[in-house]
Design a protein. Structure first.
Ligand code: YXS
Length: 258
């Protein structure tokens, strides 16, 4: 019995709703596991367009990775096997369109999730913050690669270096949002788009999407550079900033990165 998401299907358009506002729809392992099951079920049912949204339209869409599940210092917080990393791969690999419908603020790994969706529709409350620099955390190399495929470097720099919210107007201007609509049009605009995609050739869209995500991953990297990337990340998650960032969140105080 799902406890943190709601799932429905109507004429090959699926809906996956985050429904754990008490924890600000944090993407913990249990929630991610339910979402992965939902995506696999959608695929079995031939769902051609998935709308990813929240059950309640509140001021927060998702608070990102469940910080309570992040490991302590000295352990990679975002390994390949991390549940949220697995969810991002599942969204990129879904053989149809995944469309994020955003009302409210989107934080950290939830930004990565939204930006791994194929299309993003938001209203004037939609805002996006990528927060590893608030937590002293080394972002995942695949996450950085995908952000750089999606947004201009200076915009990724702004997200990663400030960890500030980018509001809806600017999110639309820089390409985070495909569509920016008024709140009263958000549902109709999102499902009009989903039904439009559903009406097109599923075979063609599946082949396009899986090729596109394959091309995005196709980056030549020497073994030496791969090792260097791992070392850069290891130095951060073994460092004082990461310990301070996690402690500050748990103690509900601003971090002090001396
Ligand atoms: O105190 P209780 O038990 O009621 O729980 C509080 C929060 O602790 C909890 N909560 C979370 N629990 C785990 N992981 C989270 N990410 C998380 N966010 C919130 O939910 C309850 C209500 O939170 P509260 O009181 O702060 O709500 P609010 O409405 O005042 O503020 C909403 C937020 C989202 C602005 C605030 O909760 C917040 O700033 N959350 C952290 C956002 C964030 O930094 N996310 C990044 C997580 S790490 C991640 O995604 C990646 C690894 S990375 O950093 O690399 O991008």
């Amino acid at each position: 019995m799902s406890t943190t998401i709601k799932v429905s299907v109507d004429d090959k358009v699926g809906t996956l709703e985050l429904d754990n506002f008490a924890k600000r729809n944090a993407l913990g392992a249990a929630t991610v596991d339910e979402m992965l099951h939902a995506l696999r079920a959608f695929e079995r049912q031939g769902v051609r367009a998935v709308v990813l949204r929240t059950a309640e339209l509140r001021d927060v869409w998702s608070a990102g990775h469940d910080i309570d599940e992040l490991p302590v210092r000295g352990v990679d917080p975002l390994p390949f096997a991390d549940p949220l990393e697995e969810l991002l791969r599942a969204v990129r690999g879904y053989p149809g369109a995944v469309i994020a419908m955003v009302h409210g603020t989107v934080w950290g790994g939830a930004c990565d999730l939204v930006l791994n969706c194929d299309l993003v529709v938001g209203d004037e409350t939609a805002a996006f913050a990528v927060t590893p620099a608030r937590l002293g955390l080394p972002y995942s190399a695949s996450g950085i690669q995908y952000f750089l495929a999606r947004l201009p470097l200076n915009v990724v720099n702004e997200l990663m270096m400030t960890a500030d919210l980018i509001p809806a107007e600017r999110a639309y201007a820089v390409g985070i949002l495909n569509r920016l609509v008024s709140g009263d049009r958000l549902l109709d605009s999102t499902y009009d788009l989903a039904r439009k995609v559903r009406s097109r050739s599923g075979d063609s869209i599946r082949a396009y999407k899986l090729q596109a995500t394959t091309f995005v991953r196709a980056v030549a990297l020497s073994a030496q550079d791969s090792q260097w990337i791992n070392q850069l990340r290891h130095d951060v998650y073994s460092g004082d900033d990461y310990a301070e960032g996690i402690s500050a969140f748990r103690e509900k105080r601003p971090p002090d990165f001396a």
